[in-house]
Write a protein of this length. Structure first.
Length: 478
């Protein structure tokens, strides 16, 4: 019996790391930390055809960007190194040999043509396609001869005939399946690479993994893994299969077709890693007091994998947006300035950041919103005639615009109080309705009806530019 809890995440470098992967990784990470154990990162790159260049580096980088880390892994080493499966081929070979020697696995020399034909026939007979165990009946002499002739082969598991395979899932309880439904799966491919099933079992065993928390898409593989543990005479780890996320609209499994799913893209789109982690914590699990804001430390203390909901949960964008706002509001001005830096568009007037940022920070849903919330400060605006004339006729608006232009031009020290005084004095000295007048200026100066506080905004845009925009507004209504 193992005494130390050891969990792992075992990404295949076949593409982008998904938000669901980070959510699962977080659970494995937190549980290991809670139990004073270790969290291991292992790269499962046995499918050489699907391997994508640079994917390992990107996966490791995105995990770090989310503020998480591993105790043992490809870059760090550890007692079970190497942590990359393609560097462990000799280990799998050795374990497969043992299985063959003990009569638990067998060589299969069937050609691709034979397997294709068999499959076609089975489908035609409306049977479930499955290996027909042809090579299971080969005599030791036949096997030897094939090997001597150098015939390519794979190694398959001898699945027992009529056995019930049972395992307990931490989330779903006991799961049973009849061995008759399990294929004599390939363990070692003809190129000497192990299949996922063999490699995952050998490695989880050798790396002394005690708990496997992985996506529910792997649940149908688990009976195969249990059979392998039995064949080796090893104790299997405890399994927890985590439900997949549903698309934000609640329809179907979350997928690329309905928007972005890559873990990196959420960061690139201005979500804070702390907010995303908090979001993943409360999707399908809640602490005893049901609170929704949790730090990583609190989660590590309170998380219980047995209490994860067995039902799939919707990837609720509204909740994520709300949480992101909560975390943005927690930042000091200094922290926010630092974090928002990489979302600033190239033409953003950086020297004015300290002045602009406090005006809009309350309205940031994501850090990337900085552009849409501030572009009118530094980019040319356009005027909508209808909007300018919404609450007053052209003659009045024209008069307001020209007198405001004069008042603003006359200001000698460009400060917020001076500006406010000039505009308020003008309004008070006329019979202009305050709400109409202020809105009209807002539209004339920014091109929009919703902006940060008016005087601060005008001040930020600058005297000369404001005068120019007021004149352009006048042109628009003529
Ligand atoms: N390599 C598998 C993956 O890509 C790991 C599955 C497992 O956790 O067993 O997710």
């Amino acid at each position: 019996m193992h005494t130390t809890v050891r969990t792992r995440m075992a990404p295949s470098p076949t593409g982008e790391y998904h938000v669901g992967h980070i959510a699962t990784l977080l659970k494995n990470y937190a549980f290991a930390k809670q139990q004073g154990g270790q969290f291991i990162l292992r790269i499962e790159d046995t499918d050489q055809e699907r391997k994508v260049d640079g994917a390992v580096e990107r996966i490791m980088s995105v995990i770090h960007q989310y503020g998480l880390d591993w105790d043992e892994g490809p870059d760090k080493g550890g007692p079970c190194a190497p942590y990359v499966q393609s560097q462990r081929l000799h280990i799998y070979k050795e374990y497969v040999d043992t299985l063959v020697k003990n009569g638990k696995a067998y060589f299969c020399f069937c050609t691709k043509e034979r397997l294709d034909q068999m499959r076609e026939d089975q489908i035609a007979r409306k049977e479930l396609p499955k290996y027909d165990r042809h090579c299971r009946a080969l005599s030791p002499d036949e096997i030897q001869q094939n090997l001597t002739e150098g015939k390519p082969y794979v190694v398959r598991l001898k699945v027992p005939d009529a056995e019930t395979i049972t395992f307990t899932d931490l989330i779903r309880g006991e799961i049973s399946i009849e061995s008759g439904n399990v294929d004599d799966q390939v363990l070692l491919k003809s190129d000497g690479f192990p299949t996922y099933h063999l490699a995952v079992v050998v490695d989880d065993h050798l790396m002394e993994i005690t708990h496997v928390m992985r996506g529910e898409e792997w649940i149908s593989s688990t009976p195969k893994h249990i059979l392998l543990y039995q064949a080796f005479g090893w104790q299997s780890p405890i399994y927890a299969h985590i439900p997949v996320f549903l698309n934000p609209d609640g329809q179907g499994k979350m997928s690329k077709r309905k928007g972005t799913v890559s873990a990196q893209s959420f960061l690139d789109n201005g979500y804070l890693p702390e907010a995303l982690l908090n979001f993943f914590m409360i999707l399908g699990w809640a602490p005893a007091d049901q609170r929704e804001i949790l730090s990583l430390e609190e989660y590590i203390k309170e998380f219980n994998p047995a209490h994860i909901s067995a039902k799939s949960v919707v990837f609720d964008m509204q909740k994520l947006n709300w949480l992101n706002g909560v975390y943005i509001r927690k930042l000091t001005q200094e922290q926010l300035t630092e974090k928002i830096e990489k979302y600033l568009p190239a033409d953003f007037p950086r020297a004015q950041l300290a002045e602009i940022l406090p005006l809009i920070s309350e309205r940031l849903v994501t850090l990337k919103d900085i552009e849409s919330l501030t572009d009118f400060f530094y980019r040319p605006i356009s005027h909508d005639k209808e909007l300018l004339l919404k609450k007053a006729d052209a003659a009045l608006v024209e008069q307001q615009l020209s007198q405001t232009t004069e008042a603003i031009t006359a200001i000698t020290d460009w400060t917020i109080p001076a500006l406010e005084q000039a505009i308020r004095t003008l309004q008070e000295s006329t019979d202009w309705k305050k709400s109409q007048y202020f809105m009209m200026i807002r539209v004339a100066v920014t091109g929009r009806t919703a902006t940060p506080p008016l005087f601060e905004t005008i001040h930020c845009i600058g005297q000369a530019e404001v005068v120019q925009r007021l004149q352009a507004a006048q042109e628009t209504i003529r």
